[in-house]
Ligand binder design. Sequence first.
Ligand code: SAM
Length: 277
Amino acid sequence: MAGKLYLVATPIGNLEDMTLRALRVLKEVDIIAAEDTRHTLGLLNHFEISKPLISYYKQIEATRSAELVEKLKLGKNIALVSDAGTPGISDPGEQIVKIAIEEGIEVVPIPGACAMINGLIASGMSTKEFEFIGFLSTAKKEKIEKLEEIKYDTRTLIFYEAPHKLKATLSAMLEILGDRKVVLARELTKIHEEFLRGNLSEILANLQEIKGEFVIILEGSNQSKKEVELEHFNEMTLDEQYDFYEKQGLSKKEIIKKIAKDRNVNKNEIYQYFLEK
Ligand code: SAM
């Protein structure tokens, strides 16, 4: 019988966040695949667990996933852990899960700490709908493109960021997304845990050289793309709006339908207008 792949969350700073179930699974599996075996060895030693460790980090994810799935098919039970938090969330994991599913292996998540969820729930921002973006690209062009892409997203936005890039990232957010509310959830679950709250400009003005780990939780846009477009359309003539949609490659019929919908009028009226021209 094939083994199971367990995705085991580990603490993000406070060892008390190791769950009883996570400990039991780590004790029971045959192999632990770890992002950094030395780091995980420290955790296992603390809980007096001794298991064979195999490294599983980003650069070897593809080949190592195939090897581990072969072991699973032979009946070995494997736990995957990252350095901290939930595997697969801005950490290795996604690839082995895909391959394991393709091969009919059972995948079992073992819940626990996750920085973005804990940052979000204590942020005071809307938790109803949110988008987790994780790390923005280090390439400036791609970083700007991503921020442009999410500019009109009304959901709460969550990012991970390294401390030495924090200031540049917050500045880019201010420039592209405007002066929104932001929360920096710092050193979650650790002794120096704190929440810095304010607008982007205020936070940037008071930002000293801050150390530690951060989750950035940013307020969503107060206007959706559709609302901004409609506002824009209200200032346009019918012909300008027609040109706008024509440039998007829409047919005459589609354009008339869209204009009528945007302006909440009968499409025959719009049709008549363009017929008379
Ligand atoms: N898989 C992890 C999880 O479930 O949260 C995230 C791993 S990712 C490589 C590391 C990033 O998560 C850090 O750069 C930081 O943005 C965030 N992070 C991790 N631990 C944190 C903590 N204790 N407090 C605040 N942010 C943390």
